[in-house]
Design a protein around this ligand. Structure first.
Ligand code: FNR
Length: 387
C-alpha cells in the first residue's frame, strides 16, 4: 500500500503534514463562506473544542523491544475485510470546496482502499459517485426524508449503484445554530448546491414539479431549498420508524450521531448493525459532550452486540489509535480530508488520508503494536494534566 513505502519521508507537494496548520492552509484558498461552513461549528464551538480536548486527556503507553517491521491495519466490519480502519465521513456540498468535489474524493478513496460515504446533501449524484468510485467500497448516508416514496427511491438507487451499507444520520433533523453560517447567509444552502442527490432522483423531481409547476430557471434553486428543507427533515421520525428502513435495505444499517449509552442500547433493540459515536464534529448541539468521552461507556454497553464506529475530532494517526484503543472498530475522517480537497483537489485529499495512515502506521510501530487488535485498553490511560 502506498502509505507504507517511503511515505514517511515523501515530500508532500500539496498539503502540510502538520495537522494544526492544515486548516490555515485551506483558509487561504477558500472563499470565506466556504471556509466558515467547513471550519465552523455550532454555537460558541464548545463541543468542537471539547472534541479535541478529550483526545488530549488520553495518553498511550508504548511497549518496547517488540519489532514490528510490518503493521497490519486491516479490520473486519460487517463480515468484510477492509484494508485500513478509516472511512471517509459523509460531507455534503463538496463543490464549494473544490471543483473535484465528491467525484474526485470518492475516486481518491478507491485508490487507497478507504471506503467513501456519500452524503444525501452531496453536490454529485449517486450515479456519478458510483462511477468515480468504481471498484472501491462505498456506503450511502441518508438524511432521512419524511416522504417515504423519496426514501425508497434513494435506497433503490444506492443499492443499484453498489452502495453496500446505509448510514442513517440522526442528529441533523434540524440545522443547529451555527453563527458563522447564519451571519454569512448560509450561501451553500441558498444556492442549492447540495441538492444533486435529490434533484437527480426521479421521484423527487416529479414531486417537485408537481408542487412548483414549471419553475423559471433563475428561481429553481430557491424553490429547491424550500423543498429540500421540508423533505430532508427527520423531525417526525422515531425509533419504531427504523423498521421501514430495515424492510427496504438489505445491507448493514448504521446509526450516526449516537452519544448516549441508552440510545446505543436502543440501536441494538431495534436491530441495527452498527452505530457511529459522533456529535457531527461539534456542528449540531453545542454544549454536547465530547464524542470521545462517551466512547468507552458506549462500547461497554453494546460493543459485543453491534459494530461501534467513531468520529468527531480526529486529526492525527495517534488520535485514530486512541479511538480504536477505546473500542471503536474503525473511525471516520471529516474536516482534514476536506481541507486537503480544498488545497489540492482530489490529490490533496488523497495526500491527507495517506498521511493519516502513514502516521497511524508509524505510531503503532513506535508503540509496539502490530495490528489493530493491539489497540486496546491495555495501551491507553486517562490523565488529568491536560496539554
Ligand atoms: C459534515 N458532516 C456530515 N454528516 C452527515 O452525516 N451528512 C452530511 O452531509 C455532513 N456534512 C458535513 C459537512 C461538513 C463541511 C462537515 C465538516 C461535516 C459531519 C461529518 O460526517 C463528521 O461527523 C464530522 O465531520 C466529524 O468530525 P471532524 O472529523 O470533522 O472533527
Amino acid at each position: 500500500l502506498l502509505y507504507r513505502d517511503g511515505m514517511l519521508f515523501h515530500r508532500y507537494p500539496l498539503v502540510t503534514t502538520d495537522a494544526n496548520k492544515l486548516e490555515d492552509q485551506a483558509q487561504k484558498v477558500l472563499k470565506p463562506t466556504s471556509y466558515n461552513y467547513v471550519a465552523g461549528g455550532a454555537g460558541e464551538r464548545a463541543t468542537m473544542d471539547a472534541n479535541r480536548l478529550a483526545f488530549r486527556q488520553w495518553k498511550l503507553i508504548p511497549r518496547m523491544l517488540r519489532p514490528a517491521p510490518h503493521r497490519d491495519l486491516t479490520v473486519q466490519l460487517f463480515g468484510k475485510t477492509y484494508a485500513t480502519p478509516i472511512l471517509m465521513a459523509p460531507v455534503g456540498v463538496q463543490t464549494i470546496f473544490h471543483e473535484d468535489k465528491e467525484i474526485g474524493l470518492s475516486s481518491a478513496c478507491a485508490e487507497i482502499g478507504v471506503p467513501f460515504i456519500l452524503s444525501t446533501a452531496a453536490s454529485s449524484s449517486i450515479e456519478e459517485v458510483a462511477q468515480a468510485n468504481g471498484s472501491g467500497t462505498r456506503w450511502f448516508q441518508l438524511y432521512w426524508p419524511r416522504d417515504n416514496d423519496v426514501t425508497l427511491s434513494l435506497l433503490k438507487r444506492a443499492k443499484e449503484n453498489g452502495f453496500t451499507a446505509l448510514v442513517v444520520t440522526l442528529d441533523t433533523w434540524a440545522l443547529a445554530w451555527r453563527p458563522a453560517d447564519l451571519d454569512g447567509g448560509y450561501i451553500p444552502f441558498i444556492k442549492g448546491v447540495g441538492n444533486q442527490v435529490a434533484f437527480s432522483d426521479p421521484v423527487f423531481r416529479e414531486k417537485f414539479l408537481k408542487k412548483y409547476g414549471a419553475v423559471p430557471e433563475d428561481q429553481i434553486l430557491q424553490a429547491s431549498q424550500e423543498w429540500t428543507s421540508d423533505v430532508f427533515s427527520g423531525a417526525s421520525h422515531g425509533w419504531e420508524d427504523l423498521a421501514f428502513l430495515k424492510q427496504n435495505w438489505d445491507g448493514p444499517i448504521i446509526l450516526k450521531g449516537i452519544q448516549h449509552p441508552e440510545d446505543a442500547k436502543l440501536a441494538v433493540e431495534y436491530g441495527c448493525d452498527g452505530i457511529i459515536v459522533s456529535n457531527h464534529g461539534g456542528r449540531q448541539l453545542d454544549g454536547a459532550v465530547a464524542s470521545l468521552e462517551m466512547l468507552p461507556e458506549i462500547v461497554d454497553a453494546v460493543g459485543d452486540k453491534l459494530t461501534v464506529l467513531f468520529d468527531s475530532g480526529i486529526r492525527t494517526g495517534v488520535d485514530i489509535m486512541k479511538a480504536l484503543s477505546l473500542g471503536a472498530k474503525a473511525v471516520l475522517i471529516g474536516r482534514p480530508a476536506i481541507y486537503g480537497l480544498a488545497v489540492g483537489g482530489k490529490l490533496g485529499a488523497k495526500q491527507v488520508l495517506q498521511g493519516l495512515l502513514a502516521d497511524l502506521d508509524q505510531s503503532m510501530g513506535l508503540a509496539g503494536i502490530h495490528s489493530i487488535a493491539g489497540c486496546n485498553r491495555s495501551v491507553i490511560r486517562k490523565v488529568h494534566y491536560g496539554g
